[in-house]
Design a binder for this molecule. Structure first.
Ligand SMILES: [Zn+2]
Length: 330
């Protein structure tokens, strides 16, 4: 076993979200909604789509407390907050922190209309069917995740230019990554209108940093406020009045987006990186060996290749161990 298989320290405690079980509008459990009188964007923020990634739930819980006590008031539009895979989250065990990602299957691979309308049953399909109406009606989705390894935050946009532009315009939120999704199922952020070229719906997925680090909580706070401001459902004055200015990190011109071009899939249990990569490393020369998979050397396909979320924490044949990308001109 390699040294970096050691579980990461759990710096932030698993939050108690039980006070949010009963919806404030009679919706599905762990779904809360706040509305302004003024018409505007219908923003949906989801956390715990993966049950062990709870930094998003910490921030969403703080946000809901401010909205419930009217310390934060929406300027226009609506905000729906969803704690998604609460059954997976309920199984979180700090001695096995990677084990509670889901109950039966990955909740972020079930978002095809055929699968949701079909007869297959699982804990995650039941939850996806329950929260589908809120996902379907949202004009703006921010899906909060975190990562296996400590890394600068990533905003995953899919391939549609409108999402890339929206992510780049948030400013100061880390690296924007364009990707085509996964072969093993459809993500929430690619569901229905979010993935259609003709529409105007916005969907971003935040990978905030390592699952249980304090820095990841701060990254979520920053992105959440920037997203609400950019969707124009709150103004800076409302952010200041609610005492949320401290959530904002300094403005920073974002680097050019990175487009994912390859997924490296493990063929064996003998997959090992040549270094303890954690993500966003740029490998200067094409042909550089970055990993060995049994007898096979894995090399970079082009110069200045970026490693996106390398991890062998969940290694088994067929698992994606790293994605490769390069910067694109905007
Ligand atoms: Zn996740």
């Amino acid at each position: 076993m390699q040294a970096h298989f050691k579980p990461h320290a759990v710096e932030v405690e698993r939050p108690d979200i039980s006070r949010w079980e009963v919806s404030n509008v009679g919706a599905a459990p762990y779904v809360h909604e706040f509305k302004s009188q003024e018409i505007g964007a219908d923003v949906l923020i989801t956390s715990l789509v993966h049950g062990n990634e709870y930094t998003g739930a910490i921030v969403l819980s703080e946000l809901l407390a401010l909205l419930s006590s009217c310390k934060l008031v929406l300027h226009r539009g609506s905000l729906t907050a969803v704690f998604a895979n609460v059954d997976g989250f309920a199984r979180f065990d700090p001695t096995q922190p990677d084990a509670s990602r889901f109950v039966d299957q990955d909740l972020n691979r079930v978002w095809s209309p055929a699968l949701l309308a079909g007869s297959a049953q699982s804990s995650e399909l039941a939850r996806a069917r329950a929260i589908r109406p809120y996902v379907e009606r949202a004009t703006h989705l921010l899906d909060l995740h975190s990562m296996h390894e400590p890394c600068e935050p990533l905003l995953i946009t899919g391939l549609l230019p409108r999402n890339v532009a929206f992510a780049q315009s948030l400013g100061g939120v880390g690296q924007v990554v364009m990707d085509a999704g996964h072969k093993d199922g459809v993500r929430m952020r690619d569901f229905a209108g979010f993935g259609s070229e003709g529409g105007s719906k916005i969907a971003l997925l935040l990978e905030a940093g390592q699952h249980w680090q304090r820095a990841s909580v701060a990254a979520v706070q920053n992105v959440v406020i920037r997203f609400l401001l950019r969707a124009e459902i709150v103004t800076m004055q409302e952010v200041i009045d609610a005492g949320l200015q401290a959530w904002l990190a300094a403005d920073r011109k974002p680097p050019a987006p990175v487009q994912v071009t390859h997924a490296v899939v493990a063929r064996s249990m003998q997959f090992e990186f040549t270094q303890a990569f954690t993500g966003n490393e740029i490998i200067a020369k094409a042909g550089t060996v970055i990993a060995h998979d049994a007898d096979q050397a894995i090399t970079t396909p082009y110069d200045n290749c970026m490693l996106v979320m390398p991890s062998i924490r969940q290694l088994r044949p067929g698992v994606t161990t790293v994605r490769l990308g390069r910067r694109v001109a905007m």
